[in-house]
Design a binder for this molecule. Structure first.
Ligand code: HEC
Length: 194
């Protein structure tokens, strides 16, 4: 027969067991900044292999066809390239168009322009925190809390990288020379053809 003392003893053990890991977790998560030192070198590798230059570095026609202009690496859609209204597409399976620079895109979401990923404070990621960067990739919201990030930014792909990979990526971007290039704001579908 179970006495009330045994029940009390058992529930105390359960309570203690429930508390120990929770307490351990609190200590661990209160010092995330010291837990991991991001690797700029691995971040550079990530940028090279995850396609960021495809859209965030303007493409130009070279001797072997179009190629990213590395003198403007990761600076986003060039501010001096004013895009005309996107062409009207006939009904059918073609639904979106891209600029030759691969930095401006028009589709059912309106017009999107790739962001300046250099750490310029006014026009790039200079005032972003690591947390904002990670949250953007995880949620698909601007800085992890604002408007939805538009296509074709593949945030849901990058959102599946580990925290440490994303920290490395961000550390590399922040190590770049800041370049002032104010990318235009996206254009709403209702205004895109005006
Ligand atoms: C297929 C094209 C494409 C690729 C590849 C791409 N991006 Fe983007 N990215 C975009 C577009 C377009 C925007 C602007 C979206 C908008 O204005 O909502 C953007 C916006 C961003 C933003 C700003 C989001 C915000 O909250 O304002 C960040 C940061 C970013 N990209 C980082 C990256 C990184 C890092 C990589 C490589 C790992 C990458 N992108 C690869 C197209 C791309």
């Amino acid at each position: 027969m179970m006495t009330s003392r045994m029940v009390l003893g058992a529930s105390f053990i359960a309570l203690a067991a429930a508390f120990v890991p929770a307490a351990a977790k609190v200590t661990a998560s209160s010092e995330p900044a010291t837990a991991y030192t991001p690797s700029v070198e691995h971040g550079a590798y990530m940028v090279k292999t995850k396609g960021c230059h495809d859209c965030h570095t303007p493409w130009v026609m070279g001797p072997k066809g179009p190629a990213p202009d590395m003198t403007r690496a990761l600076t986003g859609h060039p501010a001096d390239l004013k895009m005309p209204a996107p062409p009207e597409l006939p009904p059918g399976p073609w639904v979106w168009v891209a600029a030759g620079t691969n930095t401006a895109f028009a589709g059912p979401w309106g017009v999107s322009f790739t962001a300046n990923l250099t750490p310029d404070k006014e026009t790039g990621l200079g005032d972003w925190t690591e947390e904002m960067f990670i949250k953007t990739m995880r949620t698909g919201l601007h800085q992890g809390k604002g408007r939805p990030v538009l296509p074709p930014m593949p945030w849901s792909v990058y959102g599946q990288l580990t925290d440490n990979d994303l920290k490395d990526l961000f550390a590399y971007l922040q190590s770049l020379e800041p370049v002032h290039n104010r990318v235009p704001a996206p254009i709403d579908p209702s205004e895109a053809r005006q």
